[in-house]
Design a protein around this ligand. Sequence first.
Ligand SMILES: C[S@@+](CC[C@H](N)C(=O)[O-])C[C@H]1O[C@@H](n2cnc3c(N)ncnc32)[C@H](O)[C@@H]1O
Length: 298
Amino acid sequence: MNLEAQARMLANRVKKTFRKLQPRMEQRRIGAFRLYDRDIPEIRAVLDWYEGHLVMAEYAREQTAKLPWLEAMARAVAQELEVPWERVHLKERRTGEKYQRLARKGSRLEVREGDLRFLVNLDDYLDTGLFADHRETRARVRAEARGKDFLNLFAYTGSFTCAAALGGARTTTTVDASQNYLDWAGDNLRLNGAQGFELVRAEVEAFLQKARGRRWTLCVLDPPSFSDHGGNLFEVQRDHRALVEKTLAVLEPGGVLWFSTNHQRFTAQLDGLRFTEEQTVPEDYRNRTAHRAFRIIR
Ligand SMILES: C[S@@+](CC[C@H](N)C(=O)[O-])C[C@H]1O[C@@H](n2cnc3c(N)ncnc32)[C@H](O)[C@@H]1O
């Protein structure tokens, strides 16, 4: 299939999806959702809607390396959905690449998720500051947050903390190794009217070791698949069991841990623990394992 035929096929498909999805999302006041999720094998890209903006990411490969492939696809889609080109944001994803800065435009956009609000940055990083695939997970956490002492590990921009705070958590503790993301989490929390939140810049394992004696009653543990903070190598497949156990150790008996991973070939090693795997990937994600989520009770 040539470039033009591919672009037309993609644009048609996206338009159909948009017509079906957008009214449903708007009814729930959801401003960020997925429009295309690698549905067509030759078109290896994902496309997200953010309040009238389009973010399109291509999974880099040799066949398209010398072509203006991504731009051709995005132009066709933008035209079909009548999105001006200034509101189109392109990314190239390569395996192993994450979290590095792509630009410093610093412009932020406010995105709705029901009555929650999140600040996203569609240009400066590979990720935008919001993982829309965790929309339902946030709703589940929020639904059980009332009166809880909430701990968010690998918190990124604090979207789970915002959900817990609006759900009536008594206290919240938000932990991340990056000051930049922690500042962003603070901005998100203030945007949602949260007060008295605790932001902790720390490597998670070091935090857990030092937290002995403190106890929480609800926790989200959503680590990256791989990380090497401060020489501390972490691989979710190899290390999740130990990390889950260390996290359970700072929960009160009966406390709830939501453990999640987006590793695509993940096998859970949680035998002997009181856990259920929960279906929390929203309808707009064709990839039903965009993430996996486990609810574990101490
Ligand atoms: C996969 S994201 C977490 C997604 C987040 N839970 C959400 O739903 O938005 C990775 C985050 O983990 C942080 N991080 C990675 N390794 C870390 C470590 N060893 N200790 C603390 N934070 C870490 C990064 O700074 C980044 O913010």
